[in-house]
Design a protein around this ligand. Structure first.
Ligand code: A2P
Length: 336
């Protein structure tokens, strides 16, 4: 695809939390688009979304929707992607898919532009965007891995409800309002009350006891870093935050890295912003990071319990770098 061929861009899931962010990032970064085609379920057909100040009518997704489409950005869940990404690619579009449907398919590159952009060259019509928690993790860790060889990662996530979608954001807002008015709450999106709570349960549990989210973080991190046998241990937790995922990360390295070494490496790393001055209470916070593009890293310190270990606190906007922005960066690389 070249610049002139990126004219018609379909956004599948345009009415959702990530879809809305894709539209605004395409606009913000002046991506070369002549026509955007917002697609969603039949429930939203006829509604409008705004692009460059104009109302654009949402169409229902169907097998014919991709005629004349050059680029299709999917964010409507794995089931939709499984069914329609091949249809879009078959119609001649390049698909950038935000769902988990294709991420571990060896024919489909799984791309974080700051880390493994070159792997994109092998695409056959579908390119996968990684899981939100994985993206911010590998942006922060790849520079350390390149320098010192990470041998093990232990990560605990604190993930915002926007990662689940717009219904979950509504659920958190509704529950907060109800609880502050001494009303009962009825969980619907999550299995338990999310307001004023933390749920160690993201995606389904497997027989191993791990959740789907935890398995995605393990497998996708290995794949993107090109380290199939890297030890990765993940615990994924949903917290009552609207936007912004945080991660407590512990790494062991092959070569010793001091905290100062890590700070020096990360201070010039692509896509990373160091925000690390605990003496002034400066460390990344989801509230501050929401709406921004970088992966913020702070609380960098040596882990005295092991020989060559570091702790870090990594925070990013899950809707932007964790999803929409990463997808648009891939699209930008395609048209470059
Ligand atoms: P709709 O708004 O019509 O339901 P979120 O992740 O924020 O929940 O958003 C999910 C997005 O995926 C929405 O745009 C939603 O459209 C869209 N979507 C969900 N199911 C389908 C489907 N079967 N076909 C097309 N789009 C879908």
């Amino acid at each position: 695809m070249n610049k002139s061929s990126a004219r018609t861009v379909a956004v599948v899931g345009a009415t959702g939390a990530v879809g809305a962010e894709i539209l605004s990032i395409l606009e913000e970064r002046n991506f070369p688009v002549d026509r955007v085609l917002p697609l969603a379920s039949s429930r939203s057909a006829g509604d409008t979304v705004t692009f460059r100040g104009a109302d654009v009518t949402v169409r229902a997704l169907d097998g014919k929707a991709f005629r004349g489409v050059d680029l299709a950005l999917f964010s409507a869940g794995a089931g939709v992607s499984k069914e329609y990404a091949p249809v879009a690619a078959g119609a001649g579009a390049v698909v950038i898919d935000n769902s988990s449907a294709w991420r571990m398919d060896p024919q489909v590159p799984l791309i974080v532009p700051e880390v493994n952009l070159r792997a994109m060259e092998a695409h056959r019509g579908i390119i996968a965007n990684p899981n939100c928690s994985t993206i911010q993790l590998v942006v922060a860790l790849n520079p350390l891995h390149v320098r010192a060889g990470i041998t093990r990662i232990v990560v605990s996530t604190y993930q915002s409800v926007s990662g689940t979608g717009k219904d979950a954001m509504d659920e958190l807002a509704t529950q907060c309002r109800q609880l502050l008015n001494f009303e009962d709450v009825t969980p619907a999106v999550y299995p338990h009350q999310i307001a004023f709570n933390c749920l160690p349960h993201i995606d389904d549990f497997a027989s191993s006891g791990a959740t789907g989210e935890e398995t995605k973080i393990v497998n996708e991190t290995r794949r993107i870093l090109g380290a199939a046998s890297l030890g990765v241990s993940a615990t994924a937790v949903r917290v009552p935050v609207f936007v912004g995922h945080a991660e407590s990360v512990n790494i062991e390295t092959d070569k010793k890295l001091s905290a100062a070494d890590a700070r020096a490496i990360l201070s010039t790393a692509p896509g990373v912003r160091l925000y690390d001055d605990p003496s002034r209470a400066l460390y990344p916070l989801p509230l501050r990071v929401a709406g921004t593009d970088a992966v913020f890293v702070g609380r960098i310190r040596e882990d005295d319990s092991i020989d060559k270990g570091l702790n870090l606190w990594v925070v990013a906007d899950n809707l932007r770098k964790g999803a929409a922005l990463n997808a648009v960066q891939i699209a930008e690389a395609l048209v470059r």
